[in-house]
Design a protein around this ligand. Structure first.
Ligand SMILES: [Zn+2]
Length: 364
């Protein structure tokens, strides 16, 4: 499965010039290859293939006739010509009368493809994008590129520049990156994983909650049976629906993310109802753990993954070494005097949950 990640590039003036120069060279090569095919067909009745053209590339470049900096990128240009012609002949075969492949204007030749990541174009450790013949370009990486990058395309679009990473995402069935994971459903965050990953509560939540309260108060103020109250009730229902939908989206995303990564997931077997009655009521219902765990189980079952509940008692008061480390609810850090383990409280809980889960698995 292929997936594309697109990011905005911020080239300097000089880099824009260099990029335009590269695009211009690619365009010249494209048109040259097209011309050669036309001539061969017209004068000799032969249709040239990609290989016929690609084997000339070395000489052309050696003679300095093509200043496209990267060799594979030049090959990609020829492949584009090949594709255009295949589409053309395909249409002819089907009895259509397509227009003969046309030359491209250098103003409309807008992209360079690097067919194998790392060859001529790659993300550097400083977070910049290296493009051969251009240099290191500033890029806004607003999200992480997931999966193995196969090809990279640098694009001009409406006066702006972008880079697209085409990434191979394995099918769910064989995409196990890690064997097992323990999840501690948190209070200050949504969840903490045994590898230390923190899944934050979504930011929209508090805001939505405040809106909900306002809508509730409005209903309470209006007179029973009045038209105004009916209106306020509709608004309140809408606010509730909004919170519900947004929460479901978040839970779906999170559950999918976990199932994509782990084959065995250990969670606390919480008596959610019991907890919701106590003083933790708000936090518990906030994070809506029960609904989430159900969703996680469903998604795991679909993907052939396992979700196992373990008894969580003591996971907040013990160390991974077995030493009791009592903590009050407000103590968020775990400090073990016996083994020296010093970690966030929820992280330790997640580790313990994974440990309990592993012992359960090895028992059965
Ligand atoms: Zn310890």
């Amino acid at each position: 499965m292929r997936k594309t990640f697109k990011y905005r590039l911020y080239p300097t003036g000089k880099q824009v010039q260099a990029l335009c120069g590269q695009l211009g060279e690619a365009c010249r090569l494209y048109n040259g290859a097209l011309q050669e095919r036309r001539d061969a067909y017209q004068y000799a009745g032969i249709s040239l293939s990609y290989y016929d053209q690609a084997k000339q590339l070395k000489d052309i470049r050696a003679e300095g006739d093509c200043e496209l900096a990267n060799f594979s990128c030049s090959q990609d240009v020829l492949r584009r010509v090949e594709k255009t012609f295949q589409a053309f002949f395909g249409r002819v075969k089907r009895g259509e009368t397509p227009g003969y492949p046309r030359f491209k204007s250098r103003w409309r030749y807008d992209s360079l493809t690097f067919p194998s990541y790392g060859d001529g174009c790659r993300l550097r450790e400083n977070g910049k994008l290296y493009v051969q013949g251009v240099g290191e370009i500033k890029v806004k990486l607003h999200r992480v590129v997931e999966g193995r990058t196969k090809t990279v395309t640098v694009k001009r679009e409406g006066g702006r520049w972008y880079v697209c990473f085409s990434v191979e995402v394995a099918d769910l069935a064989d995409s196990i990156l890690y064997e097992d994971i323990g999840i501690d459903l948190g209070l200050s965050s949504f969840a903490v994983l045994s590898d230390g990953t923190v899944i934050e509560n979504p930011r929209w939540y508090r805001r939505a909650q405040a809106k909900l309260r306002i809508a509730q108060r409005r209903v309470a103020r209006r007179k029973r049976g009045s038209k105004g109250r009916r209106k306020a009730v509709v608004l309140l229902q809408r606010a509730h629906a909004h919170v519900r939908n947004t929460r479901r989206d978040f839970q779906h995303q999170t559950a999918r993310w976990l199932v994509e990564r782990y084959s065995v997931i250990f969670v606390e077997d919480l008596n959610i109802k019991g907890m919701a009655r106590g003083m933790l009521a708000k936090s518990v219902s906030d994070a809506a753990w029960g609904g989430f765990l159900q969703l996680l189980r469903d998604k795991a079952a679909e993907a052939g993954r396992v979700v196992l509940g373990v008894n969580p008692s003591g996971t907040s008061q013990t160390c991974t070494c077995g030493t009791p480390v009592p903590k009050t609810l407000s103590q968020r850090w775990h400090e073990c005097g016996a083994c020296g383990l010093s970690l966030a409280r929820d992280h330790v809980s997640a580790l313990l949950i994974r440990g309990l889960g592993r012992s359960l698995v090895s028992l059965t």
